[in-house]
Design a binder for this molecule. Structure first.
Ligand code: ZN
Length: 412
């Protein structure tokens, strides 16, 4: 069912919203790209179906997001909500416009017959753990962590958790079904099947899901694709008090996650660090699973990893990188460099106001130009328009650039 059509105008609380394309739909809502009349930025408008349980899900999600925002523990990793209102009997939420889900990113990479680099695995794992850590600190459990519920934010250059429809507070024992089948911990499965008086589902169920998502990001295959692969109790080896090495789920990780033939000694060591972290989440015993905030101290996150060219065209951000725009000689000739720099800046400013403009004068950034736009949309337009253009005798190649590397002064 399509609830809005292109060109419709919806009165938001702040200003009139012009409806664009449908960008997603789920069981309870549809998501449209919208523009506010007085602002250039685009947003996502979530419109909920009228049934009372969907409206309740909407109210639960907005009050949870508001509470999380007020507490501030998730910071920029929380989806930004700008407005919530009713229109023609539908509950609506106006949020920041996100890009691909992690599921879609996996499919994109598979279509290129490729895999995520360790740079992306490190960035993605860290982003999800930062979100979980903030959520858990506030006592909430996401309870449906999976690649379809993790989405890229071009504005903040990070992955964010979405869909808090199954989320609950750890003090609340009156919960419904938790976690989707391939990401379900043994205790979630027991709770979903048996529904005993009280549940022992807590933040550790998200950490099991984290392990499953990490395995899938590496291998492109679900770790436990069938619900029958998980028992609703600890595995036999763990029930007998065996070590983690004997646990049937740990063994599955060891069997499924193998180093690739292309790995050299360095990438092999990155792989071992990644698998070591993943194994800390796949414990039958919920108490033994490492918590999100502690996991962020794992040595895998201390590895200094460089993004590849492909990494930087996969994920849109507000920062544009120009390759082949200037060369060493240009940068050394002061007068000509100033002219060239002014020309590039002027050309780039056609797409929107420039927040930051950097031309490094030394390697590894030498020969490249970094332009930070205010809006992701302006950056995407510059990315499209400037790619392949000839400038000062050079053919320019465009990529995006992650905010965190720019903030750390790391230019590749
Ligand atoms: Zn076990």
């Amino acid at each position: 069912m399509v609830m809005l059509k292109h060109g419709d105008r919806v009165p938001g609380r702040g200003s009139m919203l012009r409806v664009g394309t449908l960008v997603g739909q789920g069981r309870c809502c549809e998501v449209y790209r919208v523009k506010q009349d007085d602002v250039k930025e685009e947003f996502a408008l979530k419109i909920y179906k009228k049934e009372s349980n969907y409206a309740a899900a909407c109210r639960r999600e907005t009050s949870l997001l508001e509470m999380l925002k007020a507490r501030g523990n998730i910071g920029g990793h929380l989806v930004e909500t700008l407005d919530q209102f009713q229109y023609k009997g539908h509950e609506m939420i106006l949020q920041e416009l996100l890009d691909c889900t992690l599921r879609e990113l996996m499919l994109k990479v598979q279509a290129l017959d490729s895999t995520f680099s360790f740079f992306l695995l490190q960035k993605f794992t860290q982003d999800i753990l930062v979100s979980l850590s903030g959520l858990h600190l506030d006592g909430f459990i996401h309870a449906d962590l999976k690649p379809a519920n993790i989405q890229w934010s071009p504005k903040d250059s990070c992955l964010k958790l979405i869909d808090f429809g199954l989320s609950f507070h750890k003090a609340d024992q009156n919960i419904g079904t938790v976690q989707s089948p391939a990401y379900q911990s043994p205790e979630s499965k027991f709770w979903n099947e048996v529904h005993p008086e009280t549940t022992n589902c807590n933040t550790a169920i998200d950490m099991w899901g984290m392990g499953c998502v990490m395995a899938e990001m590496y291998s492109s295959e679900k770790l436990f694709p069938h619900s029958a692969a998980i028992s609703s109790n600890k595995c036999d080896a763990c029930q007998a008090g065996g070590s983690q090495a004997l646990c049937m789920y740990s063994k599955k990780v060891q069997e499924d996650l193998l180093p690739r033939a292309t790995f050299d000694n360095t990438t092999r060591s990155h792989f071992l660090q990644y698998k070591d972290l993943l194994l800390k989440f796949i414990h039958c015993d919920a108490e033994k699973r490492t918590e999100a905030h502690s996991a962020l101290n794992h040595p895998f996150f201390s590895l200094k990893l460089e993004p590849s060219f492909h990494d930087l065209i996969l994920l849109p951000t507000c920062i544009l990188r120009l390759l082949n725009a200037v060369d060493e000689k240009d940068v050394q000739l002061a007068d000509e460099f100033l002219d060239l720099s002014a020309d590039i800046r002027q050309e780039c400013s056609r797409f929107g106001p420039i927040h930051q403009f950097i031309i490094p004068d030394r390697h590894p950034g030498l020969g490249k130009v970094y332009i930070h736009y205010k809006l992701a949309k302006q950056c995407a337009q510059a990315f499209q328009s400037l790619n392949g253009r000839t400038f000062n005798g050079h053919t320019i190649i465009t990529t995006y650039y992650p905010h965190h590397l720019m903030e750390m002064g790391q230019f590749y």
